[in-house]
Design a protein around this ligand. Structure first.
Ligand SMILES: Cc1ncc(COP(=O)(O)O)c(C=O)c1O
Length: 362
């Protein structure tokens, strides 16, 4: 029988703390669609301040945060957005910007560090004065940290340069900052400085920060006014939402400071994985709370099979591709959990090695 669970599927799996539950129970609430929920108002003001922007609006998910942001920046149907080919918005958000907003995605190759080459971004821009068969570019999107690039951080210098490029061409810059606090902590750059060049940022409260639900969009007062209207259109207006904002407030207050320890534990994890000869890890890419590892010979054991066998030990993980597995840490994973999970991975690899008659040595 499994007695210990170490859930490494994502940083979205955290359970609300006692402090969050207490804050939710005690939250002063009213109808936020009528604009009178005091806890929502306080939380949005606080987050806008922390992010260095004029205003903020709480939304149910990161997906809705990105969708609303892109749609507000691209009010004219048939607008084009430049974004990474490996970005969350492009790969994992149901193509919502196209199906719901009539926004055309123009992808640019993501480098392994999550950036896109500035020359490629510039070459992708299409102006209204160009040939009449081109859509008009209105927006550039970055992602920080970049999830599909191993949780790597996009630097403030790079972000500023993309911001300058956008300005020069009359475009807006949106950052999918689902894990922007992880980037800020890892880079040692205050979060408001990191996103200074952006016109809007979508920040997830329910990833590494551990709130049960919700994301926040930040931007100018005018932008957030439009975002609020669009949130309602999409069915995301929530009445007594202060209950959720109260938990998110605690997450912001208590958990940003825990991210550094998550990053340290992730390094310990990747160093441990490096010792297992059937696996490869690019430890230089481990900058925050994610580690991706490859199985050297996936005919020996597939990522699916490895995850299934680990589950029997209570270690939960998800395949990332036909050869790799992704592990994501958060503040409810201790250093002892990391060592336990490493022991289980070694054990499973050894067991399979012995079964197929290979030399274990994990
Ligand atoms: C980088 C990134 N952006 C956006 C999202 C979407 O967030 P949600 O799952 O809250 O819709 C995720 C979710 O994992 C993400 O990793």
């Amino acid at each position: 029988m499994v007695t210990r669970i170490v859930d490494l599927r994502s940083d979205t799996v955290t359970k609300p703390t006692e402090a969050m539950r207490a804050a939710m129970a005690a939250a002063d609430v009213d109808d936020d669609v009528l604009g009178t929920d005091p806890t929502a108002e306080l939380f949005e003001l606080e987050l806008a301040k922390v992010m260095g922007k004029e205003a903020a609006v709480f939304v149910p998910s990161g997906t809705m945060g990105n969708l609303i942001s892109v749609l507000v920046h691209c009010e004219v149907r048939g607008s084009e957005v430049i974004l990474g080919d490996n970005s969350h918005i492009h790969v994992y958000e149901n193509g919502g910007i196209s199906t719901l907003g009539g926004v055309h995605p123009k992808t640019v190759k993501n480098n392994p560090d999550g950036t896109m080459d500035l020359q490629l971004i510039e070459a992708a821009i299409r102006h209204p004065a160009d040939a009449l068969y081109y859509p008009t570019t209105r927006l550039i999107c970055l992602e920080n940290t970049h999830a599909n690039c191993g949780g790597r951080c996009v630097s403030v210098e790079y972000t500023d340069r993309v911001g300058e490029l956008a300005k020069r061409h009359g475009l807006k810059l949106h950052i999918d900052g689902a894990r922007i606090f992880n980037a800020s902590v890892a880079l040692g750059v205050p979060v408001h400085r990191l996103v200074q060049a952006a016109d809007s940022v979508s920040v997830c409260m329910s990833k590494g920060l551990g709130a049960p639900v919700g994301s926040v969009i930040v931007g100018s007062k005018d932008f957030i006014g439009k975002a609020r209207r669009l949130r309602k259109t999409l069915g995301g207006g929530m009445r007594q939402v202060g209950v959720l904002c109260a938990a998110a407030y605690v997450a912001l207050r208590d958990n940003v400071r825990k991210l550094e320890n998550d990053h340290r534990n992730t390094k310990i994890f990747s160093d441990g994985l490096k010792q297992i000869k059937q696996l490869t890890v690019d430890s230089t890419s481990v900058e925050t709370n994610m580690v991706f590892f490859d199985i050297v010979d996936s005919s020996f054991i597939s990522p699916e099979k490895l995850c299934q066998l680990l589950e029997k030990h209570g270690v939960l993980a998800m395949p990332a591709s036909s050869t790799s597995v992704r592990l994501v840490l958060h503040y409810q994973i201790s250093e002892s959990d990391v060592h336990y999970a490493l022991t289980c991975i070694k054990q499973v690899i050894n067991q399979v090695s012995n079964e197929v008659g290979q030399n274990g040595g994990a």
